[in-house]
Design a protein around this ligand. Structure first.
Ligand code: PMP
Length: 345
């Protein structure tokens, strides 16, 4: 990272020394601005230009699909990034886009508590999470004092009521303590929601692809673009997915196309960064020219480049192994010498 990038007009924490002394350091919000220098380095690659006529419709090109406001380019980059990182299985489940994962949490509470039969006397479904839990869950659950669901606190002390249903939200790695979690309640009556906002390699070691029924992610934490307000859900059950889409339709008639296009580009830049050819530790070369194939090692030695003959590896003298682990300066000298050598075409 370029050290100059940490001193700029946006960086309020790096003002004058006296300013620093009196500055209030606000570490209350989980605002992911630490990634700003990274994105400044990425320059044009992550810049998005959207023409005036573009994305004007409520509908997206995926209009016929379950999530009719989902930008196909965004869905494609979500699946691609999960495949590269290996943190979630995306096969056989639709991507549902939301205004941050916050809207998806509202949507999933609605979807899991509204029965298709629409029983009029349904008791509000309790929603629990093991303490310490993300501070927004109780507020999101109780905001509208819904007849469908209500906040019921700490999952560890929750008393299940026979077969009455409940929802457990499992955040892993957990906000606030970073713990790796599984559901604490295990009964047929419970439905689980996995908030995997922090299941990315910059926060925690990867433990293989998550394969939960309902998984929530957000660009806020994946790349730091909290202001873009884009999250996504991977949902196995088609009925639950449909109800979540219904919620978003009623709540905001879909999700900003502009934001989805920007998020798609941001995810693409991350994936492109990993999609490089393998950089191996050694080059394994074969000398094909008649004049040198009996002693490839000797050929390189005549250029003052020491290699290891294939003979030491149970292969023939036409092979050499060349280390690519040396300092850049030495490696560049090697490249210069072979480029000007007559023996190589
Ligand atoms: N879940 C967890 C665990 C979070 O920490 C946050 C953000 N603090 C969110 C969901 C919501 O993120 P957003 O709405 O920005 O996607």
């Amino acid at each position: 990272l370029n050290p100059h990038h940490s001193h700029n007009e946006l960086d309020l924490s790096s003002t004058s020394p006296t300013g620093d002394k009196d500055a209030v350091v606000n570490l209350d919000h989980g605002d992911p601005t630490m990634f700003e220098p990274f994105w400044k380095e990425s320059g044009q690659k992550s810049t998005v230009v959207i023409s005036g006529w573009h994305s004007m419709s409520y509908f997206s090109a995926a209009g016929a699909q379950l999530c009719w406001f989902l930008e196909p380019s965004f869905a494609k980059e979500v699946r691609r990034l999960h495949a590269i990182v290996g943190n979630a299985i995306t096969d056989n489940r639709p991507v549902i886009v939301g205004v941050g994962s916050t809207q998806l949490i509202h949507a999933v509470f609605f979807a899991l508590s509204s029965s298709s039969s629409g029983e009029p006397n349904q008791q509000p479904v309790p929603i629990v999470s093991a303490a310490p839990y993300y501070s927004m869950y109780p507020g999101i659950a109780d905001l509208l004092k819904s007849r469908l669901f209500h906040w019921a606190g700490d999952a560890s002390t929750f008393k299940e009521g026979g077969n009455s249903s409940f929802i457990e939200i499992v955040c892993s790695p957990n906000n606030p303590d970073g713990a790796i979690r599984r559901a604490v309640l295990d009964s047929e009556a419970g439905k689980q929601v996995h908030d995997l906002a922090y299941y990315w390699p910059q926060y925690t070691p990867m433990r293989g692809p998550a394969d939960e029924d309902i998984m929530l992610f957000t660009v806020s934490k994946a790349t730091g673009h909290a202001g873009t307000r884009i999250g996504w859900a991977l949902v196995k059950d088609a009925d639950v997915a449909r109800k979540m889409v219904k919620f978003i339709e009623m709540n905001s008639i879909g999700v900003s196309k502009d934001s989805q296009i920007r998020a798609a580009r941001i995810l693409q830049v991350v994936s492109d960064g990993y999609d490089l050819p393998d950089s191996k530790a050694f080059a394994w070369l074969r000398c094909d020219d008649e004049s040198i194939k009996d002693d490839c090692e000797g050929f390189f030695k005549s250029m003052k480049v020491l290699t290891r003959s294939g003979k030491h590896f149970g292969a023939g003298p036409e092979y050499v192994r060349i280390s690519m682990l040396d300092r850049a300066h030495n490696f560049n000298l090697f490249v210069e010498r072979i480029s000007s050598s007559r023996g190589l075409g």
